[in-house]
Design a protein around this ligand. Structure first.
Ligand SMILES: Nc1ncnc2c1ncn2[C@@H]1O[C@H](COP(=O)(O)OP(=O)(O)OP(=O)(O)O)[C@@H](O)[C@H]1O
Ligand SMILES: [Mg+2]
Length: 323
């Protein structure tokens, strides 16, 4: 049975993180004040469209990428990890998190067993412990009959299983994964997700998985929706990605800001301000009179919900005749 997360300390705590990528000519704000916590044993999915900031956020969570500002805490370390040296981060990460990415990085001349053991040796673990964990993990990911195979003798799904076992050899508390099923066919992807579920259930390891896929997100206990570098909302389990708007819970960041969903704003005619009134436990937002004039001009298609251009007779998205 899982313990209610609210009684526990988070194992990962991201506070107000900004990431600005700078090149000679452009600046891209990939994350704009993101805060996120993951509790022991939780399964969390990070979803959002391409360019939303998912990979940036998982890389920052894993200590692979420094934030422009903001803090990152891993359990067991009282200091913000972005203040640690590269060497210290590598050392602490072995104990804290295992990483699994879309393209698995296995060493081509090492066999399955040696690839899994490698992280244990680098972490300075005892040989006996490495051997025990390696055989337990290879069995858990279902590769008991492939221990001596080199990566080029394995299928994509099998290589991903090796990567998962290798990520777990140092006994981390969290698996951080980015698009783990993206390069696999749906059935193989499903089997990899089963392996991650087994690991979560049997070893109590928490999962933070960035994904586009409904298949992945629907298995999570908590789904965090990110767009344009801002966390829009958190959802409970078993949502369908296209029903996000129905299950939406808007996130409040550390400075009490809420990002209003784009579809709702569009429907309201993108007002630039609201009047806010407190009514019991509710905050009622209403559009000021001087902005209502703009709103009345907005017409949406009754079939697909697309905004209809002023004066147009036909929806440009679905072809519905507007009456
Ligand atoms: N190294 C980089 N230099 C400059 N801009 C970058 C860099 N990496 C990412 N970006 C930009 O930051 C934004 C977020 O990118 P990120 O890769 O985090 O998105 P994502 O949600 O993982 O997208 P996808 O679903 O396509 O993988 C995008 O606008 C992207 O172009
Ligand atoms: Mg990505």
């Amino acid at each position: 049975m899982k313990v209610d997360p609210s009684f526990q300390m988070p194992i990962l705590n991201i506070e107000e993180v900004y990431k600005i990528y700078q090149s000679e000519k452009t600046e891209t704000a990939a994350l704009r004040g993101v805060s996120l916590t993951v509790y022991p044993g939780e399964k969390v999915a990070l979803i959002g469209p391409s360019g939303a900031g998912k990979t940036t956020l998982v890389n920052i969570s894993a200590g692979l990428l420094p934030p422009t500002s903001g803090k990152i805490f891993w359990s067991g370390i009282s200091r913000d990890i972005s203040r640690l040296s590269g060497e210290q981060i590598v050392r602490e990460r072995r104990r804290f998190a295992g990483l699994v990415f879309q393209e698995t990085k296995l060493i081509s001349h090492l066999n399955v067993s040696q690839n899994v053991k490698l992280g244990g040796h680098l972490a300075g673990m005892e040989k006996e412990e490495i051997d025990d964990r390696t055989s337990m993990l290879i069995d858990l990911v279902g590769l008991g009959d492939r221990v001596k195979h080199k990566p080029n003798m394995l299928s994509g799904g099998e290589r991903q299983r090796v990567a998962i076992a290798a990520a777990l050899v140092t006994n981390p508390q969290l698996i951080i994964a980015d698009e783990v099923t993206a390069s696999l066919d749906p059935l193989t992807g499903e089997q990899i997700l089963d392996v991650l579920d087994d690991i979560n259930r049997e070893l109590g390891v928490a999962l933070l998985i960035a994904t586009h896929a409904q298949q992945v997100a629907s298995r999570a206990e908590r789904i965090i929706e990110i767009k344009d570098g801002v966390i829009l909302a958190t959802h409970g389990s078993s949502i369908r990605l296209r029903d996000l708007a129905e299950t939406r819970r808007l996130a409040v960041d550390n400075q009490n800001r809420i990002s209003l969903p784009e579809d709702i704003m569009k429907l309201l005619g993108n007002p630039r301000s609201f009047r806010a009134r407190l009514q019991g436990q509710q905050i009622l937002l209403s559009i000021p009179e001087d902005e209502l004039y703009e709103v009345e001009k907005v017409l949406t298609c009754s079939v697909c919900g697309e905004l209809v251009d002023k004066g147009s007779q036909v929806c440009k998205n679905c072809g519905m005749v507007i009456t």
